[in-house]
Design a protein around this ligand. Structure first.
Ligand code: KG4
Ligand code: ZN
Length: 333
């Protein structure tokens, strides 16, 4: 079963063709990183206009790379939310038009669910249920117990900033650029974790909090006389390392503890922050259950995860809906 997956929730225009929710026949991602970098963050209006410019070539390229004619497709899948309304509308309108023109079912997908389903893509083994998923992205930090396809229970979530958001804000204040996650990770390679930064354990709860860590990093940078950012000062790299270590330790330790308390068979890592090597390594060391994470390029927003998720929605008879609308604030479960 071939599904065309379209993803336009934020600043990536992406499309992919996936066979049976598993084998990626094509994967095309047009990133707007360079466009938004000069503003230090995503400008929603620019993002949606750029989506409109990219969507047709990206979908055309995804079909071409896969060597698939539209007559061979079984469905068109698209992200409905959460995300930026203007960006989501571009993908949803495109998907609706294609489904109508090609007389195919249209499957609307939750972006958070799609991130988790990046773990079902080959060549990694198919995950076993029940499992625990740590979903860490620019907008979300969720610890989820997943009993089966489409069956989620949220155990914990962030009470303030998402993990990726904290990376982005700290990178910005340290003058490391945008996007912040990869910038902090790169800076941290040259630094030492010599600053102690607070860890919000929120004992007795599976929730997270990153705003205190972000503020403490800001205060330390001010105390050290590093603001406005002293680009190239080795203390910047030390602060980046110390921040990354604190954020990663809390994410890994709280996930490991949650895994102990659940009857899960394995832990899945998902979302943009899941590309972080320190997080993958620390969680791998501390987790009492087998850990699986998508390859880094599948942690970031892409069309293949949307197609993989849609395949299982299809299997579980969640009826395709030609009248679907975007849902910028969509939640999981
Ligand atoms: O999942 P994603 O691509 O988009 C959302 O759904 O939000 O996640 C983007 C987030 C950004 O905050 C970015 O800084 C972060 O993921 N990120 C990372 C890394 N790569 C991306 N954070 C830490 N380390 C990385 N290597
Ligand atoms: Zn995402």
């Amino acid at each position: 079963m071939l599904i065309l997956g379209i993803e336009t929730s934020c600043d990536e225009t992406a499309a992919a063709v996936v066979a049976d929710g598993r084998d990626i026949l094509s994967q095309v991602v047009a990133s707007q990183v360079e466009i938004h970098a000069r503003f230090g963050g995503i400008v929603p209006e620019i993002a949606s206009r750029q989506q409109l410019l990219e969507i047709v070539p990206v979908v055309r390229q995804a079909l071409g790379q896969a060597g698939v004619a539209h007559q061979q497709l079984s469905a068109v899948a698209v992200t409905l939310g959460p995300g930026l309304a203007g960006s989501l509308l571009v993908g949803a309108s495109m998907a609706k038009a294609l489904a109508l023109a090609w007389d195919l079912p249209l499957v609307g997908v939750n972006h958070l669910e799609a991130h988790i389903y990046a773990n079902w893509l080959a060549p990694a083994p198919i995950p076993s249920f029940p499992c625990l998923a740590l979903l860490v992205s620019g907008g979300h930090t969720l610890l989820i117990f997943m009993e089966g396809h489409g069956r989620y229970r949220t155990l914990g979530q962030t009470r303030d900033d998402a993990a990726g958001e904290a990376f982005d804000k700290v990178a910005r204040l340290l003058g490391l650029g945008y996007p912040g996650g990869p910038a902090i990770e790169k800076a941290a390679e040259a630094g030492q974790p010599r600053y102690h930064l607070p860890r919000a354990w929120l004992r007795g709860s599976h929730d997270f909090s990153f705003s205190g860590l972000k503020t403490a990093t800001l205060h330390l940078a001010m105390q050290e006389g590093l603001l406005p950012p002293k680009v190239g000062d080795p203390r910047i790299a030390d602060l980046a390392t110390s921040f990354q270590e604190a954020a990663v330790e809390v994410l890994a330790e709280k996930t490991a503890r949650a895994a102990l308390g659940q009857r899960a068979r394995q832990v899945l890592l998902a979302g943009g922050v899941a590309a972080n090597k320190a997080l993958r390594q620390t969680l791998g060391q501390r987790c009492p259950l087998p850990l699986q994470a998508p390859p880094p390029q599948l942690c970031a927003d892409n069309g293949a995860m949307v197609a993989a998720c849609a395949f299982y929605l299809f299997q579980s008879n969640k009826a395709p809906d030609p009248n679907l609308d975007v849902q910028p604030n969509l939640r999981l479960g």
